[in-house]
Design a protein around this ligand. Structure first.
Ligand SMILES: [Zn+2]
Length: 153
């Protein structure tokens, strides 16, 4: 198990666009494993993008309690509807807000073997997918908040 250092708040790397991964090799698989370890090690961790551990590659891990997804070069194929969400982010501890996200989303990506895959998520899963994919373009949830919330753990 290898944990990576999370990047927080005003770290400029969180605002940069991540690059496509040309080849899914052992180095990428190892990085995805580290990202998953780091996500599971962090309280409330349900998703993590590589830029959040300082690496500008289009890699995302997600586990909303229904299993671990490792996504390489994910892109949105289609969205349906809209939902109001309460959102937070591992890179912005103790900040929460209301956002609007699609109610359902389908993405395509490569899996950790480099095979094409499709994934459809609804409700919280759709929120999480959209949140993590935004990170790949340097967009953070705070950009989408229409009302900030005071939540004390
Ligand atoms: Zn985030």
């Amino acid at each position: 198990m290898a944990l990576r250092q999370l990047r927080y708040n005003d770290d400029p790397i969180l605002r940069k666009r991540s690059k496509e991964v040309p080849v899914v090799d052992d180095k990428i698989r190892s990085l995805l494993e580290d990202m998953a370890d780091t996500m599971y090690h962090t309280e409330n961790g349900a998703g993590l993008s590589a830029c959040q551990v300082g690496i500008l590659k289009r890699l995302v891990v997600i586990d909303m309690g229904t299993g671990l997804y490792k996504l390489v070069n994910p892109v949105i194929v289609q969205t349906w509807g809209q939902q109001e969400c309460v959102e937070g982010c591992l890179s912005f501890p103790n900040r929460y807000g209301k956002t609007r996200r699609p109610q359902k989303v389908t993405i395509k990506a490569l899996d950790e073997e480099g095979n094409e895959m499709e994934l459809t998520g609804e409700d919280d899963m759709a929120k999480c997918i959209c949140h993590e994919l935004d990170h790949l373009d340097g967009v953070v949830f705070l950009d989408k908040v229409y009302e900030f919330l005071e939540i004390t753990d």
